[in-house]
Design a protein around this ligand. Structure first.
Ligand code: PMP
Length: 360
């Protein structure tokens, strides 16, 4: 029986990808060894890492002005690494405080220089993305940092901030990368931990405009410099080969199903179904402002914390798992990334309906 895993990450991967990985695991392309046993400098792995990069370039329409890097340490290491590399001496960086992950990114930046908040929705428990025309931006900032989708609070930018000349926009897209069409050229850098829409944990995708990597101060260690990953094609040291192999498989799958054009349509449909059910049923409430609703992490509550807990427990018995809200905020959270089929949403809605009838 299919288990629909609504976890925020590590999250479900496409069934076709899991099956392909299983089929290839012990004997990759007839070489007699699995991909995890092969040298990262051999021909078979070289093809894999090059294919992963090319797939990202094709799917997200990434130009040659940008490098595509695979870096260990997850998105959390990028919080520090981006500031170490890109926060220029004598300047400050702008940060939008839209959730717990944004706040963590901001905290790391302050370890390396001056950083300022341009907006915050912390006082209302991060229930919305502050209106872009209320932000107090610095036209001379080293960069502007945003979190495109707030995994814990369940908010997402419907529209991105205006790009100011000389202020590269840097986005943590960990929880909505490759879920919708975006213009990479609007960003100086995009980064994402892989374990939601891209593959297993253990690697972060970093898409960076190559000229920005020239800013790095001389004191930054080799392994923490973007230029190292750019110059060595993410092969300065032994990279997480299995995670990168999975990125190649997931991106192959995205291309097969029609790329971001197709995924955006499917994701819009899945989210619209779930939100319209939530709006129609007064048993459930959503704490998120309408214009900031995430299409990836749908956060809601029943009338009480006891019922929230009972909901999560009963859902798991019906093969609907991972629905517990983040430990910081409680409630219920359905993460519906690219790999969650529409059938999973249908089954969740039908469970929600029964649960509301029995407990309402
Ligand atoms: N940013 C966002 C938006 C996230 O959702 C997460 C993890 N859930 C992180 C950063 C941290 O990612 P990692 O665990 O890969 O460091």
């Amino acid at each position: 029986m299919t288990v629909y895993n609504f976890s925020a990450g590590p999250a479900m991967l496409p069934a076709a990808v899991m099956q392909r990985a299983q089929a290839e695991f012990c004997d990759y392309k007839g070489c007699g060894n699995g991909i995890v046993e092969l040298s990262h400098r051999g021909a078979l792995f070289t093809e894999v890492i090059e294919r992963a990069e090319q797939n990202f370039r094709d799917i997200m329409n990434i130009s040659d002005d940008y490098a595509v890097c695979f870096i260990q340490g997850g998105a959390s290491m990028q919080f520090a690494m981006l500031a170490m590399n890109l926060l220029e001496a004598g300047k400050s960086a702008d940060y939008a405080d839209t959730g717990v992950w944004s706040a963590k990114a901001f905290k790391e930046a302050k370890l390396f220089g001056d950083a300022k908040l341009v907006c915050s929705s912390k006082e209302t428990k991060y229930d919305h993305i502050p209106a872009l025309n209320t932000w107090t931006r610095n036209p001379n900032a080293s960069y502007l940092h945003i979190t495109s989708n707030n995994t814990v609070a369940g908010t997402q930018y419907a529209k991105f901030p205006e790009v100011l000349p000389n202020v590269p926009m840097i986005a943590d897209m960990s929880s909505d990368i490759m879920s919708r069409k975006i213009n990479v050229n609007d960003f100086g850098m995009i980064y994402a931990g892989a374990q939601k829409n891209l593959g297993p944990s253990g690697v972060a995708l970093v898409i960076i405009r190559k000229d920005l990597a020239e800013r790095t101060p001389a004191s930054v260690p080799t392994m923490l410099r973007y230029s190292t990953y750019i110059n060595e094609k993410s092969l300065f040291n032994t990279p997480p080969t299995f995670a990168i192999y999975m990125l190649a498989l997931v991106t192959d799958w995205v291309k097969e199903i029609g790329g971001l054009d197709a995924l955006e349509v499917i994701n819009n449909k899945k989210a619209a179904k779930l939100y319209s059910y939530l709006d129609a049923n007064s048993f459930y409430t959503s704490p998120v402002a309408l214009d900031s609703r995430s299409k990836m992490n749908v956060v809601f509550r029943t009338p009480s914390e006891e019922l929230d807990a009972a909901f999560v427990k009963a859902a798991a018995k019906e093969q609907l798992t991972g629905l517990k809200g983040h430990r910081l905020v409680g409630g219920i959270r359905a993460s519906i990334y690219n790999a969650m089929p529409e059938a999973g949403i249908d089954k969740l809605i039908s469970f929600m309906d029964n649960f509301a009838r029995q407990n309402g």
